[in-house]
Design a protein around this ligand. Sequence first.
Ligand code: FE2
Length: 293
Amino acid sequence: MLSSEQVERFQRDGYLVLEGFVDPAACVELKQRAVELVHEWQPGAHRTIFTTDEQERSSNEEFLSSGGKVWCFFEEEAFGDDGQLRQAKELSINKIGHAQHDLDPVFERFTYTPELAEVATDIGLADALVLQSMYIFKQPGIGGEVGCHQDATFLYTDPITVTGFWFAIEDATLENGCLWAAPGGHHAPLSKVFKRAGGPDDGGTVFEELDASPLPAVPDDLVPLEVPAGTLVLLDGRLPHWSDVNRSGRSRHAYSVHCISAASEYPEWNWLQRPADMPLRRLDRNDATSSVR
Ligand code: FE2
């Protein structure tokens, strides 16, 4: 699937942009399904807000149990001072996560393709297990910033193997909060890990610093990845990346999948844990169930 030049570029830069990887019709289908899931979803008494502020995250049971669920997380700015939603529910959700690739047939079809398995193999992940998925809305007007981070902080394995597969479901531009990446930044050490504080059943989480050198400066040390819908962006697990708030009138939908090597060890202190009856599934090059191309 990838040329040796593309593989070399991925190894050098820590990311690779593959325009036209996904058929536009598949993007439309995934987007419709995501909107349907939000429409059907009832938050009940809980309002799970996604924020990069760890205080908020750790207090939040839905977040910690979402590794085996399809859950909707509100944008930080979704609620007004009166506690009511400022815009319709469908325009207030930050993301859906983190197991729709295994629990929803449309997401499953989009995710488990021979093409994605081949790309993973080409970059050295022949035994890729799909660990989590996120459908990110980056809503018009209130789409939240995602602070500069390395994915291996949140999805750690020994050795580090986590790799991000980020699909643009809508055009991503400077105006609506496209991804930014630090070219070559994956050669630096992992700066910290995000851990469950007191074992798998404890509610708390904590950051543990591994390396004191700062992450690249935002936005000066990063480059914007403005890409059309249908683009796949590969992200090395140690690559610092960031996305800004979306103050434009246009959403920026994206779907991201994170894979790890089956040969690496996944510690039980990672925040994301799957229920025992939901083992991780491999990306399979011979998977005949679907094709997105
Ligand atoms: Fe990320």
